[in-house]
Design a protein around this ligand. Structure first.
Ligand SMILES: C[S@@+](CC[C@H](N)C(=O)[O-])C[C@H]1O[C@@H](n2cnc3c(N)ncnc32)[C@H](O)[C@@H]1O
Length: 476
């Protein structure tokens, strides 16, 4: 038994060693250095794009999975448990750092490093507590403590940079801080504040078993479903914050992600793309910027679609002036008014709804579809985790890769995001907590589409920084 454990450790160490060798070879071949953890992230650095090369991406997955597995194998389990139980403090401290603009304060300091007293003075908070917060984050490689109580940005903290002048951030209202940003900090703050609050009510909602009441309702004291609650006039600031946060879901992953999948260039001039539940329409806007001959219709609930109109007029006024974009208040649980769509785009919509409701949305799209209409779904696909066999090989692109033993088949915590978001959509939006997980496996999607009259014809797997894309056509 003991020697078996030791040989498992050796296998894990070998996986790391082999993967590091592959990375070394790729970086050497291209004449790049691996970007340092100690310096701010530069998305324009060509060394960064190397991480997306299939061999390097696979090596990274192996390193993440094996390093995590080796750590929990060798550690006293009660220490692992305590640290995991207290992990919420990391979320909480991250929110503080973002709301107080710590990254931007350090960025604009003369030597790009600041004593916590200087940071606290600019942020108008107590320096002792802030120091503890930053030390916890630095211990998790978020910021770097360059000398006692002096902090610098590093690769991880720098991605929170809102990219605005510090003076603007310090003088603007809380609600205006994200305006004009990529939305990534808005997304992080939405997760560490709104979603965090809902998460604290998970146990209460599960034990109460009230139909239609999810943790979000208990946390925010409302019986309205999340998106209808956001439509209320008093929640305009949250709605705007959420719209920017959704934009941040693209900015924080691979900005090119929308183009890794369905070939938008294959659509002819004037093709109609309906962005169903499009939020502020940032995804269809990015697609239209690259393919300006596409005619876009952004649909969402009434107030959200007005945010979309503002967003497009700020970021792509030319398309709006050419009459190539329309904004339509539309509830996707009602008849779809666009009957001549080339594409119905559903980005991170299906995961918000339990099967019966998702089928309703898909059926409305099916009823409005022409024989040539295609449905493009962008969402997470939950990998098969309980084995290493895959059965849907008949659909192009669908095959799932599995990690080598002794890693978990789904690469364990290297794939954690999809499981974390499964809980997020459960606590925020499903209408009945007993309806089951809403992030779906490929089989779940196939079944869902089938029941709504669609046939899945192509799968483009994401790579944990991108949503997967599924293409479906009307079933005849
Ligand atoms: C997770 S967000 C995704 C937004 C956008 N597709 C994106 O990728 O950023 C879900 C969107 O669904 C919209 N939504 C929720 N319920 C809706 C309904 N009944 N009809 C239309 N849109 C709805 C919300 O307002 C929100 O914009």
């Amino acid at each position: 038994m003991h020697s078996l454990q030791v040989s498992t450790l050796r296998l894990l160490a070998d996986i790391i060693s082999t993967a590091v060798g592959k990375m070394e070879a790729a970086y050497e071949r291209d004449g790049h250095l691996l970007p340092s953890l100690d310096t701010p992230f530069d998305p324009a650095d060509s060394a960064e794009s190397l991480r997306r090369e299939p061999d390097v991406a696979a090596a990274i997955m192996d390193i993440l999975a094996a390093a995590a597995q080796i750590s929990v194998t060798v550690r006293d389990p009660s220490r692992t448990m305590v640290q995991t139980a207290l992990a919420f403090n990391i979320s909480s401290c991250l929110r503080v750092a973002s709301e107080l603009n710590v990254v931007e304060i350090i960025r604009d300091a003369p030597s790009q490093a600041s004593h916590v007293k200087e940071i606290a003075a600019l942020a108008s908070v107590d320096s002792n507590l802030l120091g503890e917060i930053l030390k916890l984050l630095a211990t998790h490689h978020i910021f770097r403590e360059v000398s006692p109580n002096v902090f610098a940005n590093n690769r991880i903290s720098s991605v929170l940079d809102k990219g605005k002048a510090l003076i603007d951030l310090l003088t603007s209202s809380r609600d205006e801080r994200f305006t004009g940003t990529s939305g990534f900090a808005a997304w992080v703050e939405y997760m560490t504040n709104d979603i965090f609050r809902s998460a604290t009510c998970l146990m209460d909602a599960i034990s109460t078993l009230q139909d239609g009441i999810v943790p979000f309702n208990l946390a925010f004291g409302t019986t309205e479903p999340l998106y209808y609650w956001m439509e209320l006039p008093e929640n305009a600031a949250t709605r705007e914050h959420f719209g920017l946060a959704m934009q941040g879901t693209v900015a924080g992953g691979d900005p090119e992600s929308l183009f890794h999948g369905f070939d938008w260039g294959s659509l002819g001039p004037g093709s109609i793309v309906v962005d169903v539940g499009g939020g502020n329409g940032h995804s269809s806007l990015t697609i239209a910027q690259r393919y300006p001959e596409l005619h876009v219709m952004v649909q969402d609930l009434a107030h959200t679609v007005e945010e979309a109109r503002k967003y497009w007029h700020t970021h792509f006024v030319d398309h709006a002036n050419r009459g190539m974009v329309e904004f339509q208040a539309h509830d996707f649980f009602t008849l779809q008014p666009v009957k001549n769509a080339d594409i119905f785009l559903l980005r991170i919509i299906a995961h918000n709804w339990p099967d019966l409701r998702a089928i309703e949305i898909l059926k409305h799209l099916r009823s409005a579809a022409l024989p040539t209409t295609r449905l493009v779904i962008m969402d997470e696909i939950v990998p098969i985790a309980g084995g290493r066999t895959f059965e849907n090989a008949d659909i192009p692109g669908s095959a799932q890769l599995f990690a080598q033993e002794p890693l978990l088949p789904n690469w364990g915590t290297a794939s954690a995001e999809v499981y974390l978001f499964d809980i997020v959509v459960g606590i925020d939006t499903i209408e009945c907590i007993l309806c089951g997980g809403v992030e779906r496996t490929l089989d779940d999607f196939k079944e869902l589409l089938d029941q709504a009259g669609w046939e899945m014809v192509r799968v483009h797997h994401g790579d944990r920084t991108r949503y997967s894309q599924l293409v479906a056509v009307p079933k005849v």
